[in-house]
Design a protein around this ligand. Structure first.
Ligand SMILES: Nc1ncnc2c1ncn2[C@@H]1O[C@H](COP(=O)(O)OP(=O)(O)O)[C@@H](O)[C@H]1O
Ligand SMILES: [Mg+2]
Length: 383
């Protein structure tokens, strides 16, 4: 059994009301109807939920269009609806009909031709139902996106916490043990009279030294200790290391020394900035086929921005949609953990530019780059 349709009928003639109800019932529609005939009664009735409103056009001191406006205003206030609204009138001019439709009426009919009423009511009810279903699906989609993004941000943060803990453990435990071992082996090498033992101890010492170097590298990757010397020092280290490892010229531009030292950055921001440059440079090395890259750190209007631009082959939106690529997606979520965002722009053969912006407290976001394309910029796309 389906629920009866709750019908609110605005009609001053009892006979016309009976006729409308009869037409609807004859078509097999289960109804739970109520008739009102003044503005006050209509407004009061709107406090209850309705599935369908049918309204006469001419009412004493009130019109069907007024009723439609009242209904839509009520829905806007209560974030409900829209409830389908059908205008039924003794005579209805074309202008009135057009205005009614423009204001969101579902249909209009003449009283002397009610044969279409049931079909019109069913169509209006079906369209309202599908509208509600779409709204529900949109809400659920938005909610699930929000949850996914919150989860991704949580994962980014917990990965960093975990890395930090592993780095500390390697430092305290493995690092300490290796250093102790190194002293022991050195002692054996120096105190042994046996050349063969001396030789073995020296070889072991070399292995231990290598292991110490490896554990330092691992720690540095897990948790960039260089950040303790500040973001600028860390960026200098990253860019120099990138240049010497890849042979791609890498220039770091810093804010004018005259404008004073960088203010101390909120917790979390330096690491987000560091990881952004790290991933962007890895991408340049891996994908861009570039010969030059510039890392530009700026602080304007209370917004920290960090731009990494290369002169490589550029990227297309299809590159960003790759199912198994999480680098740039991860950067967007990372940026969001400190209230920032990532902009990307690129053009075929004109390189790629990735910008991290983070408003430091009270700062205003800078104007976003244009997202549309005009003729001149047709090959330059902002993602
Ligand atoms: N600097 C760049 N130059 C050219 N293409 C790039 C650049 N950075 C990223 N891309 C493209 O965007 C894709 C997505 O990058 P990313 O999300 O970091 O994932 P991954 O590096 O794991 O593929 C890359 O696979 C590559 O095709
Ligand atoms: Mg990548």
């Amino acid at each position: 059994m389906t629920e009866p349709v709750r019908l609110l009928h605005l009609e001053d003639a009892e006979l016309d009301h009976a006729l409308v109800v009869a037409h609807l019932r004859r078509s097999g529609l289960a109804l739970q109807e109520r008739r009102v005939d003044t503005r006050e009664q209509f407004a009061l009735a709107l406090q209850q939920p309705w599935d369908l409103v049918i309204s006469d056009y001419h009412l004493p001191g009130f019109s069907g269009l007024d009723a439609l406006r009242l209904l839509r205003a009520h829905e806007a206030r209560t974030h409900t609806g829209p409830v389908p609204f059908i205008l039924v009138s003794g005579q209805i001019g074309e202008d009135t009909a057009v205005e009614a439709m423009r204001n969101g009426a579902s249909d209009y009919l003449l009283k002397n031709n009610l044969s279409r009423l049931a079909v019109a009511a069913e169509a209006a009810l079906a369209s309202a139902a599908s509208h509600r279903a779409r709204q529900r699906a949109d809400r659920e989609l938005a909610e699930s996106r929000r949850q996914l993004s919150a989860l991704a941000q949580h994962l980014q943060t917990s990965v960093e916490t975990e890395r930090h803990a592993i780095a500390r453990e390697i430092h305290d435990d493995v690092g300490g043990t290796l250093t102790a071992l190194k002293f022991e082996l050195d002692w054996i090498r120096r105190h042994s009279g046996e050349p063969a033992v001396k030789q073995r101890a020296a070889a072991a010492l070399e292995s231990v030294t290598q292991a110490i170097g490896a554990s330092q590298r691992i720690m540095q990757n897990l948790r960039p200790a260089i950040l303790e010397q500040g973001l600028v020092a860390a960026l200098q280290w990253l860019t120099q290391r990138f240049e010497s490892r890849t042979g791609i010229g890498c220039r770091l531009r810093l804010p004018d020394a005259a404008s004073g030292p960088l203010p101390s950055l909120p917790a979390g921001v330096p690491l987000v900035a560091y990881r952004t440059v790290q991933e962007a440079l890895t991408n340049v090395g891996k994908h861009a086929a570039a010969t030059r890259v510039v890392v530009d750190l700026a602080l304007t209007g209370g917004v920290l921005s960090l731009e990494i631009s290369d002169n490589g082959r550029g990227l297309a939106s299809a590159d960003l949609a790759k199912a198994s690529s999480f680098g740039i997606r991860g950067l967007r979520e990372r940026a969001a953990t400190v209230g920032g965002w990532i902009d990307l722009s690129s053009g075929e053969g004109r390189g790629t530019s990735l910008i991290l912006s983070v408003p430091l407290d009270g700062g205003l976001p800078p104007p976003r780059p244009p997202s549309g394309l005009d003729a001149e910029e047709a090959e330059w796309t902002t993602y």
